[in-house]
Design a protein around this ligand. Structure first.
Ligand SMILES: [Zn+2]
Length: 289
């Protein structure tokens, strides 16, 4: 599932090739992928120029402008589980599960949205609607300060892993980078958020930034479907230390990485480097045999 580094990679790719392009034709091959009425979507974006790109967490938006230069709303993209945004020439055969094509400057270049599982969506938004969408999210995980991080963690009672995944506290992390950040900070994923010490909070804040920055530099992680706008997979996969490494030795201490279900999601951790707190009851975890 695309997380912050993958969405940032798509944003950087698009920034390099679609800014100042006009969307001259809109083809919707699978209407269910459009959030809201297709006609509103089409009218909102057709003929508009792409003025720039914005991102918060995993949400990506193309800022649109009218031919007179006035702002003209946003095209909001949510990649869901398997969404892909690629740039292709109009005459190149469509990959299966391509749902939307946006022709740029009369062709041949176009933006294609492809999504096998169709949990993603495209939506036309006014500025006000866009602000509501971004406003419902916490600060972006790459831009938040340590003070914001502490403030949002303060007093939370659930498992720290669930807190990291909750987009209203911190926007951008999914299962991959949450596990990697907890591994780097040596915190057990089922530790109650209000039992994470001040020193551990600092380590976790730094680990989140470090892991995300490194993943952005390597164009993200590709498990199944994620590719950049040229169709290339990310390069972070070999750098993963805990995520889906269960049964393999911890790169720090050699103990075997384990997997546990916490809040309905798989968590991967080193049982030796990431000690389960013993003084307090831990939350919601059970071992996977
Ligand atoms: Zn270890």
């Amino acid at each position: 599932m695309p997380e912050l580094p993958e969405v940032e990679t798509v944003l950087r790719g698009l920034r390099g090739c679609v800014v100042n392009c006009r969307i001259t034709a809109v083809e919707i091959l699978h209407p269910a992928i459009i959030a809201g009425p297709c006609q509103r979507f089409r009218e909102g974006i057709q003929g508009r120029e792409i003025a720039g790109l914005e991102r918060r967490g995993k949400a990506l938006a193309l800022r649109l402008r009218a031919s007179d230069g006035d702002e003209a709303g946003y095209l909001l993209l949510r990649l869901g589980m398997t969404g892909q945004v690629v740039i292709a020439n109009h005459d190149v055969a469509l990959a299966p599960h391509t749902h939307v094509r946006l022709m740029l400057n009369g062709g041949p270049k176009e933006i294609r949205y492809r999504d096998v599982r169709r949990f993603g969506s495209l939506r036309y938004c006014t500025r006000q609607e866009m602000e509501q969408v971004f406003g419902a999210l916490g600060p972006d995980a790459l831009e938040m300060t340590e003070r914001e991080f502490r403030g949002r963690l303060n007093g939370r009672k659930g498992a720290i892993k669930g807190w990291l995944l909750n987009q209203k506290y911190i926007a951008g992390l999914g299962n991959i980078y949450a596990d990697e950040a907890l591994f780097e900070a040596r915190i057990h994923p089922s530790t109650p958020a209000d039992r994470v010490s001040s020193a551990q909070t600092k380590k976790l804040f730094e680990a989140v930034r470090h892991v995300l920055q490194k993943a952005v530099a390597l164009q993200g992680t590709s498990f199944r479907d994620y590719v950049d706008i040229d169709g290339r997979p990310g390069n972070y996969l070999p750098r993963l230390k805990a995520y889906q490494r269960d049964g393999e030795p911890c790169p720090r201490c050699g103990a075997l990485i384990r997997r546990m279900i916490i809040g309905g999601r798989s968590s991967h951790f080193c049982p030796r480097c990431q000690r389960r707190p013993t003084r307090y009851k831990t939350l919601g975890g059970h071992s996977v045999p």
